[in-house]
Design a protein around this ligand. Structure first.
Ligand SMILES: *Cc1c(COP(=O)(O)O)cnc(C)c1O
Length: 460
């Protein structure tokens, strides 16, 4: 990876979308009316939106041109065949089931392979994956290495599966109870941390010993491949396509949220190597998503997805993408702001628990920081702490808090320039400078499930 100041963005801007920083008084009013929950803000009241990298990418001229060549035939659209050819070329999976987004691909995979009482081991399942496993009556089992959970641990592949934990799981429950292993790469839930090829291969060897298939949650497969090229001994001179090929040689198929590394605003797919499994998947695709060649998407959206997949393995794009995230991370560290180390692929996670050490979990330190970043610079970030993950004990009703209070700054792909990132870093520094005067929050409304989306707070 070259130093950030020796190159610039590998694209220029053809169309602009105006954004506006509303006045401090307007921001104060907006966040108060939103009940101090940024999910309730109007996006027009946000200056720099770092809520998520999902479906927020800027498409290229090549993708937009593809939108104009959408073939909206109900069956056999030419865009489907293009998508199929691109996916087979990248992943080696011949059989493609388009879906409206990633979770729909998860749904179909579970319907086909999972029965109540099963267990699905992986490094660390994403929220929707965990939800679908539970909805199938099965148990998600996270086998991430212990180091993967430690924010300050600066290791190159913190998304790796602990092979000993996985072996224990396979020995205890076997093929009967374990329909497949799922590797999420990069691992979203601990900060976009990559999985090494050595780990992919070790999982495959172990899986083969037990006759268990391996699937890949491929939402950020390209970012993962870039980290392998940069960090794993022996891969520096391999192309990203070769590395992705090796990753997929360890898998029987994948689920994909195209809203991430396919550089589109909506879409997903399930890709499979087995024709038999494909035929079963189509039986669920048709009633839930639509006919097998469109799967809940317009032909134009499928074309944009195919073209995004053609673009995403461009080395200069990924260098700039990962470099931008890393550069923001370094600026925050430089300002004395504690973050999860090393920076992952798609965002920076601020350790709000340690930055706002004077606020206990019960006063929502991460949410308080989210509010301050909005007040300071109109920046929308997201809380991953007491509100998102805290829950009440079933019997005592007592609050159980997560270990970490994190604030995620998620960077959309190809959307913001380094100047925007400089502004974010400066705003975060200004907030950190007045950290001791930041007050906590109290919940005034919470829904019984997924409360962080709709919660309302008051300032203490
Ligand atoms: C976003 C995401 C999903 C779910 O995809 P949607 O397109 O949001 O349904 C699954 N896994 C990972 C790792 C993700 O980041």
């Amino acid at each position: 990876m070259r130093p950030r100041d020796t190159y610039a963005e590998p694209y220029k801007i053809k169309m602009v979308e105006p954004i506006r920083l509303i006045s401090p008084g307007e921001r104060k009013q907006a966040i108060t009316e939103a009940g101090y929950n940024v999910f309730n803000l109007k996006s027009e009241d946000v200056y720099i939106d770092l809520l998520t990298d999902s479906g927020t990418s800027a498409m290229s001229e090549y993708q937009w041109a593809g939108i104009m060549s959408g073939d909206e035939s109900y069956a056999g659209s030419k865009n489907f065949y293009h998508l199929q050819q691109v996916i087979e070329d990248i992943t080696g999976c011949k059989f493609v089931v388009p879906t409206h987004q990633g979770r729909a691909a998860e749904h179909i995979l579970m319907r086909v392979l999972v029965k109540p009482g099963d267990r699905i081991p992986g490094n660390m399942h994403f929220d929707t994956t965990e939800g679908h496993i539970r909805l199938s009556g099965a148990e998600p089992v996270n086998c991430l290495t212990d180091q993967g959970y430690i924010p300050g641990e600066k290791l190159p592949f913190k998304g790796n599966i602990d092979i000993n934990k996985l072996e224990k799981e396979l020995l205890a429950h076997g093929r009967e109870k374990i329909p497949f292993i799922l590797i999420t790469a990069t691992c979203n839930n601990n900060g976009g941390q990559p999985v090494s090829l050595e780990n992919f291969k070790a999982v495959r060897r172990l899986a083969d010993r037990f006759g268990v298939p391996v699937f890949l949650d491929a939402a950020r497969f390209a970012e993962n491949a870039y980290f392998i090229q940069q960090r794993e001994p022996g891969y520096r001179n391999k192309t990203l396509k070769e590395i992705v090929g090796e990753m997929f040689s360890c898998a029987d198929g994948c689920t994909m949220s195209a809203k991430k590394d396919a550089l589109v605003n909506i879409g997903g797919f399930l890709a499979l190597k087995s024709e038999e499994l494909y035929q079963q998947a189509v039986e669920w695709q048709i009633p839930f998503e639509g006919f097998r060649t469109y799967g809940g998407l317009a032909g134009r959206d499928i074309e944009a997805m195919a073209r995004g997949l053609e673009e995403v393995l461009d080395e200069q794009y990924l260098e700039n993408r990962i470099g931008q995230v890393q550069c923001l991370g370094e600026k925050l560290i430089g300002a004395g702001i504690p973050i999860v180390q090393p920076p992952g692929g798609h965002g920076i996670y601020i350790d709000a628990g340690s930055l706002l050490g004077h606020l206990p979990h019960s006063q929502f330190p991460a949410q308080a920081l989210v509010v301050e970043l909005y007040l300071e610079g109109g920046i929308r970030s997201v809380e991953l702490g007491a509100c998102a993950f805290g829950h009440r004990d079933g019997t005592t009703g007592e609050m159980i808090y997560p270990a970490l209070e994190l604030v995620r700054l998620t960077i959309p792909r190809r959307v913001y320039t380094d100047r925007h990132m400089d502004f974010v870093a400066r705003a975060a520094e200004a907030v950190a400078d007045r950290k001791n005067s930041i007050r906590g929050l109290q919940l005034v409304y919470e829904a019984p499930v997924l409360r962080h989306f709709t919660a309302r707070f008051a300032r203490l």
